[in-house]
Design a protein around this ligand. Structure first.
Ligand SMILES: NC(=O)c1ccc[n+]([C@@H]2O[C@H](COP(=O)([O-])OP(=O)(O)OC[C@H]3O[C@@H](n4cnc5c(N)ncnc54)[C@H](OP(=O)(O)O)[C@@H]3O)[C@@H](O)[C@H]2O)c1
Length: 347
């Protein structure tokens, strides 16, 4: 029985995060995908919808219940507001549930209601769910039953800020975050903003200081700081498929980038997916594309005493499906990087 693979299933397999789970899990050494589901495409082969899978993975899409029934680990990659009933069934049947959506990410029901205009329907379930960016929270999830997988900005930004905040050397009321995302961050659905002629050759800010990831970012960094922290966050949309790059400005009593560099190398010394760039280099989204890496470059503006930290991830991998698999690996006792060792292409 030693070599038996763990059965996993994906609800919402036809979305961008779902299909990325399929791509990554098919190459995972310890699991097999037992079932996938869709509402719109139920009964059709998944490779009809995504021909990249043709002759590799041609299984038919089923429904949510069949995924839960046939899997030991259930991933859901759905719009927010749909995950609580699935989590409830999974807990009852003793299946590990990993949610890529926002439903279990916020601790406070009031904050969730303020940003998502919805109450927790199952408050008891929320007490069992564990939010995890593995590099910051891996000790929490060994016996988790529900894992709330963070969002894309909310992975890239706290990973960039955590060492400086933890050091106690940041002026916490000075954090400004300017971030750019590729368009897969908006999912598969077409909107006017993501329609090719409108997006191509365009570059704009959106949801200025009002994006739903703000409370999640603040929750994570407030926990690290041990006090409430507020940030100014301005996201931008750029005409590339994948990638998030966040530039973070923060006042500090550090004297130069060498101090930052030593601090960050020490903080992440055991984290194989965090790459601190040599001083003088700046990160580029293309260098973490299709991989689970988070790249961080460190800069210091001596005239203003401001650290400038730039982090980059692939929003679909470290910002979604790769990180969900990393969380599963930890929860099930697999090697943390199993299935996630793809090397990013250089161009
Ligand atoms: N894209 C990213 O970069 C990213 C990063 C981190 C987290 N996330 C989160 O991951 C989740 C999925 O995002 P995505 O980008 O993959 O979105 P997406 O491409 O729009 O896919 C959404 C999926 O949900 C399914 N779905 C939609 N409405 C449904 C309903 N009423 N009942 C059941 N299934 C329904 C769709 O399935 P059918 O149409 O086939 O039925 C589709 O498979 C979201 O919560 C998002 O916030 C996304």
């Amino acid at each position: 029985m030693k070599n038996q693979k763990t059965k996993v299933g994906i609800i919402g397999a036809t979305g961008y995060a779902g299909i990325e789970l399929v791509r990554l899990l098919l190459a995972h050494p310890n699991v097999e995908i037992n079932a996938v589901s869709s509402v719109s495409f139920k009964g059709r082969a998944i490779s009809d919808i995504y021909p990249a899978l043709h002759s590799i993975y041609d299984v038919k899409l089923g429904d949510e219940d069949s995924v839960i029934e046939q899997s030991d680990v259930v991933f859901a990659a759905l719009p927010h507001g749909l995950s609580e009933p699935i989590a409830k069934k999974c807990v009852r049947l003793n299946k590990l549930f990993i949610d890529l959506g926002a439903d279990f990410r916020l601790d406070s029901q009031d904050t969730y209601k303020e940003w998502y205009e919805k109450n927790f329907d199952e408050p008891e379930l929320h007490k069992q769910s564990i939010y995890s960016i593995p590099e910051l929270h891996r000790d929490r999830i060994k016996d988790a039953k529900i894992i709330a997988n963070p969002g894309c900005y909310t992975t890239c930004i706290p990973l960039g800020l955590a060492p400086l905040i933890k050091s106690g050397r940041a002026k916490l009321d000075t954090i400004i975050i300017d971030a750019k995302s590729g368009t897969s961050g908006a999912g598969r659905g077409l909107t006017q903003t993501t329609h090719f002629p409108e997006l191509n050759e365009g570059f704009c800010a959106y949801k200025v200081a009002s994006h739903r990831h703000i409370p999640e970012i603040e929750q994570t960094i407030s926990q690290i700081a041990g006090e409430e922290v507020k940030v100014t966050f301005v996201p931008h949309l750029i005409p590339i498929n994948r990638g998030i790059l966040a530039t973070m400005y923060i006042n500090t009593d550090c004297k130069d980038e060498n101090e930052l560099y030593d601090m960050y190398c020490e903080f992440y010394k055991n984290d194989r997916f965090i790459r601190i760039m040599p001083l003088g280099q700046t990160v580029n989204v293309k260098n973490s594309k299709l991989s689970n890496y988070c790249d961080i470059s460190l800069h210091f503006d001596k005239r203003t005493g401001r650290a400038i930290i730039i982090s980059a991830i692939d929003n679909m991998v470290k910002g979604a499906s790769g990180q969900a698999i990393q969380n599963m690996n930890i929860a099930l006792g697999f090697d943390e990087g199993a299935g996630l060792d793809a090397i990013p292409p250089s161009f």
